[in-house]
Structure formats: structure tokens, C-alpha cells
Design a protein around this ligand. Sequence first.
Ligand SMILES: [Zn+2]
Length: 165
Amino acid sequence: MNCPKCHHEDTKVTDTRMSSDGMIIRRRRECIRCAFRFSTMEEPAILELTVIKRDGRREPYGREKLVAGLRKAFERRPITSEELQRTVAAIERDIQLLRKPEVRSTEIGDLVLRHLRKADEVAYVRFASVYESFNDLRSFREVLDALERRKSPRTRTARRRAADA
Ligand SMILES: [Zn+2]
């Protein structure tokens, strides 16, 4: 990033902020030679890939869809915009690691679920419940049951004893 005043090549970043929707990164910079201060607005690098939807239609990958889905899942949950942005970045990194020019929407959904499971159980269940692959009620129940088992092994044992009695 060249200094707009003296065109020196080296500038240092003094502050980095994310817009609340996580779509724009604002960096404050300072020229190492003339100390001129300026800011830049950057979009995080856009993934160039095609998403194959469940009905077979293809569309270009759009970060805004991922952000919107996560926002919904994290509604009224304690998460900062930086944390949301980090989650988006981590999911996109995993998508990139698939190293495919075309990715199925279900693959993206699975990656989202994997990250949400670690980050926030409520957000995880919310996303799972609207996630396309859970359109059959049984698999959604299985997810809920698995969560339940992990959370309260005692309750389950107690319930089983009650059933045995
Ligand atoms: Zn300068």
C-alpha cells in the first residue's frame, strides 16, 4: 500500500475495524517515511466459486448469504461483529481448502454446522433447523437428541431408570 502523499511503499497499519455486517475492513495506516495518515476500506478477498444448490441450479458464491444465515443463527446471542467476521473467515478458509471450483450448498452447510457446533450450541441448533438438509424431521431430531445426550447424561440415566421401574 503506497502512501498517497509521498508514494513511499511502506506504510504501517495502526488500527483495523470491521463494519458491523463484516463486509468491509477499514484500516488506518501511517506512512513510515512522511508520517502521513490515511485509511483504506477493503473488502475481504472474495471467494470465486460456483455453488451447486440442492435443486441443481448453480450460482456464484455470495458471502452476504453466509453472513445473513449466521446473523440469523446468532440473533440475540453474545457475539461481537469481530467474532462473527472471524467465523465467516474460518468457514471461507475451509471452503477454500476443499479446492474445488464448484461446491455443493450442502457441503457449505456442513462446514457452517461444524463451526457453529464449536462456537455456540443455540446458534448451531437454529442453523440446523433452517438448514436445507434437515427438511426431514428425523435428522433434525437426531441432532437435537445428540445435543441433549452430550449436555445431560444424568437426566437421561434418570429417565431410563424411571422407565425401568
Ligand atoms: Zn508518505
